[in-house]
Design a protein around this ligand. Sequence first.
Ligand SMILES: [Zn+2]
Length: 120
Amino acid sequence: MSNTLTHILKNECPNCHKGKVFKDKNIFLNFGFPKMNESCSHCHYTFQKEPGYFFGAMYVNYGLTVAQAIATYCIAQFFFEKTFDLRIIPIIAGVIISFSFFNLRFSRLLWIYMFKNYSS
Ligand SMILES: [Zn+2]
C-alpha cells in the first residue's frame, strides 16, 4: 500500500512504474493546468481509457479538498480563542488554493491507479 502511494507521488505509470503519467517532472510544486501523456512511453499503457474518463477524478479532488479544509480547521482552531473564529476562513481558503494544483494532479493519479486493472 505504501509502495503504491510512493509510485503515485512519483508520477509513475500504474502498469510498469517506469514511464511518467504527467509531462511535468514534479507534481508538488507545479502551477497551471496539468499536461498529461496520452500513454506510457515505456509500456504504451493508455491513461485516458475513454472520453470523460477523468470526470470521476473531480470527485476525488473534492474529497481531498474537503479533507484538507477540515484538517486546516482542526489545526487552526488551537490558535484562536473562540471555537469558530471567522479569521479561520481566509486561512482555510489560502490552504485550499495553494494545494489545488497538487490536488488536481494527485486526484487524477489516484483515479488511474484505482481503475488500473479495469479493461474496457
Ligand atoms: Zn508503463
